[in-house]
Design a protein around this ligand. Structure first.
Ligand SMILES: [Ca+2]
Ligand SMILES: [Ca+2]
Length: 103
């Protein structure tokens, strides 16, 4: 069950990586793998969605790996704003669909 949820989240998160500039060719396999590992760690209760504290953890993990815009979000303290932006229905959880919709 965890693997199903994780796979869906990892797929959604892969598209969170910037598609322009340095990532013009799309995220590398290494970046996708790191993102999948970070999501696995961040989704503490393994429900396949990220609550705010889990999202903050994901940003910290991604920032440490220099993935996407995570470092910028972490440095500027914009986790809450980013979360609210992605959480389209405002239920306090980021689902795979919401992560995909932000692209
Ligand atoms: Ca979770
Ligand atoms: Ca939501």
């Amino acid at each position: 069950m965890k693997h199903t949820n994780l796979g869906r989240l990892a797929l959604a998160a892969a598209v969170m990586l910037p598609a322009a500039g340095a990532y013009a060719q799309g995220p590398s396999e290494a970046a996708r793998q790191l993102m999948a590992e970070n999501l696995s760690q961040a989704d503490a209760n393994s429900d396949g969605a990220l609550n705010q504290s889990e999202f903050v953890m994901l940003i910290d993990l991604n920032a440490a790996d220099n993935l996407g815009r995570a470092a910028l979000i972490a440095r500027t303290g914009n986790q809450a704003r980013a979360f609210a932006h992605i959480d389209a229905n405002g239920d306090g959880l980021l689902t795979g669909a919401e992560l995909q919709a932000m692209v």
